[in-house]
Write a protein that binds this ligand. Sequence first.
Ligand code: GLN
Ligand code: ZN
Length: 764
Amino acid sequence: MVKSAVLGYPRIGVGRAMKKVIENYWNGKATAEELQEVAKNVRKERWQTIQKAGVDIIPSGDFTLYDHLLDHSFNFGVIPERYVSQGMSLRTPTSPWAVVVRSRRRVSTSLPRRWASCEWLILFLSLDPTLADEISFDSNYHIVKVDHEPKTAFKLNNNQWLSEYEEAKALGIETRPVLFGPITYLSLVRKSRDSPAEFEPLELLDSLIPIYKEVLESLKKAGAQEVQIDEPILVLDKAEAYGDLFKKVYEALSPSIEFLKDLPIHALHLDLDREPKQLDEVLAALKPTKAGIELGVVSGRNIWKNDLKASKALAEKAVAELGADRVVVSTSSSLLHTPISLKVETKLTEQQKSWLSFAEEKCEEVAALAAALNGQESSLFEQNTKDIAARREFERTSDSAVRDRVAGITEEQLARKAPFPERRAAQKKHLNLPKFPTTTIGSFPQTKEIRLARSKFGKGEISQEEYEKAMEAEIRHACEFQEKVGLDLFVHGEPERNDMVQYFGEQLNGFIFTQLGWVQSYGSRYVRPPIVVSDVSRPSPMTVRWSAYAQSQTSKPMKGMLTGPVTILNWSFPRADVSKEIQSKQLALALRDEVVDLANAGIKAIQVDEPAIREGLPLRKADWDNYLRWAVDSFRLSTSGVENDIQVHSHFCYSDFGDIFPSIQRLDADVISIEASKADLKLLDVFKSYGYSNEIGPGVYDIHSPRVPGEQEIKDRIASMVKVLPADLLVVNPDCGLKTRGWKETEESLANLVAAARWARETY
Ligand code: GLN
Ligand code: ZN
């Protein structure tokens, strides 16, 4: 019999139950017991949903209140030395939640930005913000990394895997515990800053193996039939060097569980969604062994209905080679990256719903697939065949005008009319900005009033006209504010934007939106990505109205504000039927028209934000060049439609460019602003060493905390920047948008920024 498996499931609970209770707990409105109660119910609901869908192998141990990598560290009793020296200790926990300790101390400036606005600290977190999180494995999920150092000692502080396994068992549900393998765990955690340069956390492997043995033994004793040991690090280039380590680890672990006795691995799971070509090779290698294979055919990353007929054909190959008993069909990864259920969506049309599949539906898909392979094709399987055919037809007849336009993109469209020095001269005349020009990154405080107006407008409680009046009043206020503070290059403040991607998606053809399609980024942060369903085009201008209004309120130059094509795509669910390159170029063409329209409306500087360009990098270095080629081309395409005197800006939040620097250079933005206020100025050395010659605004203060930077502090900052980069290339700005800040601290901070820039003009 072919079995079905699911590798992991969203942890957020139906109706965002976890977010609500966690935030209530933080605010003191829910007790620890209430928090645990909700968590327990969510776990139960997850197991029961998967079971009801007919899945054979159900995961446990993959739940978390915050982040699963953080939980592993907690479970292994890891506590960085510097916290111990501050008197912190591992509490005797009933749950990983004990890692979160209440701290009413003033939030330090170096606190990771994600937590800067809450009164809580994650006990184990390193306070190095640029490293505080990292996008994990080709998704938009952020893992939380705990510091490890040479003397880090492991002890089984909390056996989450055993307790969840038993919790499910008590409900009558047999599960497969899931944990990161030791190599992946040690490859993902962070090395503490105080540890010696040559230290690598992987050196701790020998002392970690006994902990894994203990966990596995306990699971075996409790009756677990299988465990799922995730070693996703295997897909990265650096794992090539780890061959011997894998051998060592799995030979050491195999006696711990009976079924591993003869074989280092019981079954191998393959992500066939990403890499279908690998199947033949792996089947040939497995055939002479007794090992089974788990075929990850149902994508855990996208939200598209699986082509069950095609998946079945793939699986039949494996069945023919290995026999049905050695084959399991499963999701390609944990379903944690997908929304929970399509069933709760009431605004999508039947046609749209027929294209999609969220976590719950994906469980049904793997179950239906296994059943079909076992000779029982269900009605779901039949319906799936029809839906897939209808979707293919829809794709075929999508917008041919847009496709033709992409096919007709010329080299000329990918470059500005003149090289930077010539553009710069034209822009100097056109904009007339002083040396060390001051500007901001785009958004101003999104106040309660703004959110209220938006929500009232959404509910139809105020008219379009009233809403627009309210936004215009905000823009007027932003202009007056900037006059008063004395900034040079103005922004309109983005009051009309709910989100930097959703705002554009809503105005473009080709996108749809869910009501409840939340996906966890980490902790209680969830996003609701738009879905690209067809060819993308711009029916009418999107931002021109607001920017033009803002410009009409001041004689200072107004900077237009757009989100770039790559960022819109990377923060959406992309289509699966055409390449990301095509989708990105369609977006770029739509934005190109917007940029031209802004210029025609009298906007002299236009910023196209691309904070997500780096996180879109493919897993394998071999694929980087291709990605960077089309990503950079997309940016160039969107910004090159204007005359030389239009100043194109771009902004990046995470500025660890090191290995992709030539691509940043190739963007050829006239000005880029980067987040350099917290990371030391080493970042700027990279710009220097590459001879970067366009203008650059390294953030002079951190906007992620309410702290007001002093004037002297900003002067010092500028002084150290001038040591690295030519003074006449420097722009003075904060390190990101100000939407999460209040007006009071914004005013104080920007007044100091302006004073420091004036000082710089006289000094350099
Ligand atoms: N222009 C955006 C803002 O200021 C940029 C946001 C971002 O970089 N994430 O809000
Ligand atoms: Zn930013």
